[in-house]
Design a protein around this ligand. Structure first.
Ligand code: UD1
Length: 435
């Protein structure tokens, strides 16, 4: 069993390089399936999610070559099957995205059920409804989704919520459907804009209009692309929170200000500091006490739900009451139980605390939390429940007095590259034990 042993209460100082964005790379790899020509992607992270997506593509006929440590060439001149093997069931959110490319090239697709972090039910009804609207027939069996389409036709699709994955499913399907597709209430996260940029390089015609509207004019054929992945703004925020929570001072090479503006504003409001350079961002503690905050997670350009967990830990170090209202996922505070065992004072509520009522009003979900700081945390043994919560446990362990043992590290290695090496490079007492 592999686990991390972390001795806390040491400030993080030094420099690290942020990796390519997890939430973009898998989609970029899937986009390559839309063409018979080779595609070259650089700034590729060596993380579990990327490897699983590459394996999935290989299982249907792609050939993959690592050209150097972080660049891949992926070619799918011919798809060998329309069935993505069942062994990919329950691992990540990607199988459903393969449906569009498979339908265009094979006329049918079978993909296993989805997995990913256990942060609520995470249905894919919006994806399925969108595929049906574009002309596919979709059937759910015990183990997979089966879909078939003789031809895909553009349509008007209004999303009930600006879902990231559904917007991507539609983009990857509608770009080669006949006629025009309009997505209303689309997600417009930077990772989605980068996917649109790739599709444009491939020959697609896609316009991002006002009011979350995306207009896709279908084309008959797409060609190969060369693209450098944008950097991971969730990883940047995670290290930033770790630096400030430990009274440290770090430079994150490759961190990009665009896409992080809401995080940076929020950080400054609580008294955390940063300085933007051409090649990255320095995050540091001023030594002054952190002040509490009210904040709501939201879709882009709001405060990302994936920044919530590291920020909660940071707020355990602010003086006073902070209120966090999670409006994207109904069940994303479960991880705080372990933090209270470390000494954090965190209370969960079913009400929409603070600003505006959200979709989860009057439903039975603990989706608001109040954090009473500042608390001294002590090291304990913890088991990671999901990817983003995992990094917040690491930050908690880095702050805490004494030694923490963090288990379930496979979750974290699915989304964060070389976490132990990066932490050690910042002076953390961080050991990886493989017993
Ligand atoms: C992606 C990200 C994840 C991030 C999330 C929101 C990847 C691999 N994962 O997840 O890190 O936290 O965006 O920024 O990119 N929903 C439905 N039905 C659907 C689809 C979504 O009800 O068919 C709901 C979800 O349960 C959730 C909300 O919509 O409450 C947002 O989900 P979505 O944006 O689709 O998240 P993912 O694409 O799965």
């Amino acid at each position: 069993m592999k686990y991390y042993r972390i001795e806390g209460a040491h400030p993080l100082t030094g420099s690290i390089k942020v990796s390519g964005a997890k939430n973009f790379l898998s989609k970029c790899i899937v986009a390559s399936l839309l063409t018979e020509e080779p595609c070259v992607i650089s700034n590729v992270s060596r993380i579990g999610d990327v490897q699983v997506t590459l394996d999935m593509c290989a299982s249907i006929g792609s050939s993959i070559e690592w050209m150097n440590d972080s660049t891949i060439k992926i070619s799918t001149p011919r798809m060998t099957t329309h069935k993505v093997p069942i062994e990919f069931s329950g691992i990540n959110r990607i199988p459903v995205l393969l449906m569009g490319p498979l339908l265009h090239r094979m006329g049918k697709a079978e993909v296993p059920l989805l997995g990913g972090c256990d942060i609520g039910p995470r249905p894919i009804d919006f994806h399925i409804n969108a595929l049906k609207t574009l002309g596919a027939e979709v059937e759910l069996t015990d183990t997979k989704y089966k879909t078939v389409a003789t031809h895909m036709v553009g349509a008007m699709i209004s999303l009930p919520f600006p879902s990231v994955g559904t917007t991507e499913t539609i983009l990857l399907t509608a770009c080669m459907a006949k006629g025009t597709t309009v997505i209303q209430n689309a997600a417009i996260e930077p990772e989605i804009i980068d996917l649109i940029i790739i599709l444009q390089k491939m020959g697609a015609i896609i316009a991002v209009d006002v009011d979350r509207t995306i207009i896709i004019e279908g084309v008959d054929r797409l060609r190969g692309f060369t693209h450098k992945a944008l950097t991971d703004r969730i990883e940047v925020a995670s290290w930033a929170c770790a630096a400030i929570a430990t009274n440290g001072d770090i430079f994150v090479e490759g961190a990009e200000q665009t896409g992080m503006m809401t995080f940076l504003n929020t950080l400054r409001k609580i008294g955390g500091e940063y300085e933007v350079f051409e090649d990255g961002i320095r995050f540091y503690s001023t030594g002054e006490p952190l002040v509490p905050i009210f904040l709501e997670t939201d879709v882009h350009p709001g405060f990302m739900t994936d920044w919530q967990q590291p920020f909660v830990i940071l707020m355990t170090q602010a003086h006073g009451l902070s209120v966090i209202h999670e409006t994207v996922y109904e069940n994303r505070f479960g991880y705080t139980n372990e933090l209270t065992k470390m000494g954090a004072v965190i209370q969960l509520y079913k009400q929409c605390l603070g600003g505006k009522p959200c979709r989860f009003l009057h439903r039975d979900f603990f989706h608001s939390c109040v954090i009473n700081g500042k608390t001294h945390l002590k090291g304990i043994e913890m088991t990671i429940p999901d990817l983003r919560a995992g990094f917040s446990y690491i930050i908690a362990a880095l702050i805490a007095e004494g030694t923490s043992v963090v288990k379930g590290v496979e979750y974290i290695e699915r989304g964060y590259e070389s976490i132990a090496e990066k932490a050690a490079g910042l002076g953390a007492r961080f050991d990886v034990i493989d017993s």
